[in-house]
Ligand binder design. Structure first.
Ligand SMILES: NC(=O)c1ccc[n+]([C@@H]2O[C@H](COP(=O)([O-])OP(=O)(O)OC[C@H]3O[C@@H](n4cnc5c(N)ncnc54)[C@H](O)[C@@H]3O)[C@@H](O)[C@H]2O)c1
Ligand SMILES: [Zn+2]
Ligand SMILES: [Zn+2]
Length: 394
């Protein structure tokens, strides 16, 4: 089959690789029809190389049609249309029972002390072949794939794999009171969708911050009060307070993560990581703070006292310095983590009906053949060509 493989920093290639096969009686093989490119893939492309090997198949936002099932699979059959959650969870351990599928105890990557394995990610998350490929092996076939109806275009359902549950969890964790206020830092796919969900669920004011013109415009068109980071810079917190009677918003979502614009020391660390051989780079990442913390620090600043900071953006440094004095004094609540995809699907599915209140049908800015994936990664990283969300068509 054809698959998008990681080869090195800013080097991904579509190659011919062996087809996946059923290995366990509960496996299913899915023929992928659409597969998203995520901001998390950009971290693999730029910073997380020390935890990848050349040839690793990327992609964790796939949907498609079941092609083959193991002997014990009863929940789905050949021809069923399914979305595959990005975290690999068993569905019946203690953590899955708590709705904490991102912590699944069956797939936790204990070697690295990590939570549940993920498709198409690093060694820290199991190095499981991903879904930017023609075919994908999916374990736990009776509980993991989400069956969706035939008929509507893939765009209607594909975001159940990641964008929708991640944004939903971000809003849920933000715990905005009815009619309350929220700042969303970063208006990539996750921030954009989180803003849409917050407005849909009754937030009174959603402020969105980014530094890319078309991302700001796209959010503004849906009722978000936008602030351009290029104008406000370090004064985003002041601008947010100006809009909220001097207090700050009830909650802030960080939908930016470790590669935030604006932290030169950490950028230098990320540059060094990219130049060192893997073991040395891993040691640096494990002992130094390599994250650009500017978005997280803005979140701590812009949230009102007693408010909540909800972090969806992925961070990777082991010893990042945080302003604990300010966090303690402001009495903040901090919630974060990989999305527990399976947990939020029942809440989201009713919104993927005919009137499409979240606008998923028009959410993708690009639909491209899998063969164009390397160019798409480059364009997405540069935030060029109006690219916000790309769906690859294998
Ligand atoms: N928690 C999860 O389960 C989960 C799932 C998916 C994605 N993510 C993470 O969420 C983050 C966003 O993902 P995405 O797909 O939307 O990616 P993205 O890279 O397209 O979006 C990030 C946005 O933040 C903006 N930005 C950069 N620095 C900023 C700053 N200082 N202040 C405000 N905005 C800034 C960028 O211009 C960009 O639009 C990534 O870190 C990704 O890894 C987490
Ligand atoms: Zn993703
Ligand atoms: Zn489990």
């Amino acid at each position: 089959m054809r698959a998008l493989t990681w080869q090195g920093r800013r080097d991904v290639r579509v190659e011919t690789v062996p087809d996946p096969v059923v290995q366990e009686p509960t496996d299913v093989i899915v023929r992928v029809t659409s597969s998203g490119i995520c901001g998390s893939d950009l971290h693999l492309y730029e910073v997380l190389g020390p935890y990848l090997d050349p040839g690793d198949i990327l992609g964790h936002e796939p949907m498609g049609v079941v092609e083959e099932t193991g002997a014990d699979v009863t929940a789905v059959g050949r021809g069923d249309r399914v979305v595959v959650p990005f975290n690999i969870s068993c569905g019946d351990c203690f953590m899955c029972g708590q709705g904490l599928q991102s912590q699944c105890e069956t797939t936790q990557v204990r070697e690295y002390g990590s939570g549940a394995a993920l498709f198409g990610y690093t060694k820290l998350y199991g190095q499981v072949p991903g879904g930017q490929a023609e075919l994908l092996r999916v374990p736990f076939g009776n509980t993991l794939p989400v069956k969706v109806p035939h008929g509507p275009p893939d765009d209607r359902f594909v975001y159940l794999s990641d964008v929708l549950p991640t944004a939903w969890q971000a809003v849920e964790y933000a715990a905005v009171p009815p009619g309350g206020s929220l700042t969303v830092l970063g208006l990539g796919p996750i921030g954009d969708m989180a803003a849409r969900i917050a407005l849909h669920r009754g937030a009174g004011l959603v402020i969105g911050v980014d530094l890319v013109t078309d991302r700001l415009q796209r959010a503004a068109a849906r009722g978000v009060h936008t602030l351009d980071l290029r104008i406000y810079g370090k004064d985003v917190g002041d601008a947010v307070r100006d809009l909220t009677g001097g207090r700050g918003t009830d909650a802030v979502i960080d939908a930016v993560g470790m590669e935030a614009h604006g932290a030169t020391a950490a950028k230098a660390g990320q540059w060094a990581v990219g130049k060192l051989p893997d073991p040395a780079a891993r040691a640096l990442m494990e002992r130094a703070g390599i994250d650009c913390l500017s978005a997280l620090l803005t979140a701590v600043d812009a949230v009102r006292r007693g408010g909540t900071v909800s972090v969806s953006g992925v961070y990777g440094g082991a010893v990042d310095p945080l302003p604990l004095l300010k966090m303690f004094d402001k009495q903040l609540q901090l919630r974060m983590g990989q999305a527990n995809v399976r947990n939020w699907v029942p809440s989201i599915l009713p919104l993927l009906v005919d009137d499409d209140p979240l606008g998923v049908d028009g959410f993708a800015t690009h639909h491209l053949p899998l063969e164009d994936a390397p160019k798409a990664y480059e364009t997405f990283q540069k935030k060029a060509d109006g690219m916000v969300k790309t769906l690859l068509r294998p």
